[in-house]
Design a protein around this ligand. Structure first.
Ligand code: ZN
Length: 95
């Protein structure tokens, strides 16, 4: 992996979040790229279009949950489903 500049998505709430923009030799170029891609700049950082969509979706349909993907799993490992089932059955036994 080269040490290059890319703008990282600040939000990462979408399951299909782009994570970060294209890599460039300079920070300015990386920032130009996300601007061209119409990423949204919040006060804290850039938000990719996928996350912006997810954010707007959660605003307009607040009864629809985006799943359990808000735990901030940076490793990208998605083994939560099986664990959730075990947890639920476990709770059922206890009650
Ligand atoms: Zn994102």
């Amino acid at each position: 992996m080269k040490n290059q500049f890319a703008v990282e998505c600040h939000s990462k709430i979408a399951s299909d979040c782009l994570q970060n923009g294209k890599y460039f030799d300079s920070e300015e170029e990386a920032q130009d790229w996300v601007e061209n891609e119409c990423w949204i700049f919040s006060g804290d950082g850039w938000i990719c279009l996928k996350c912006h969509d997810a954010f707007m979706g959660s605003l307009t349909s607040h009864r629809h949950k985006q799943g359990n993907g808000l735990d901030g799993v940076d490793s990208g490992v998605e083994a939560d489903d099986g664990l959730d089932n075990e947890l639920e059955t476990g709770i059922d036994i206890v009650r």
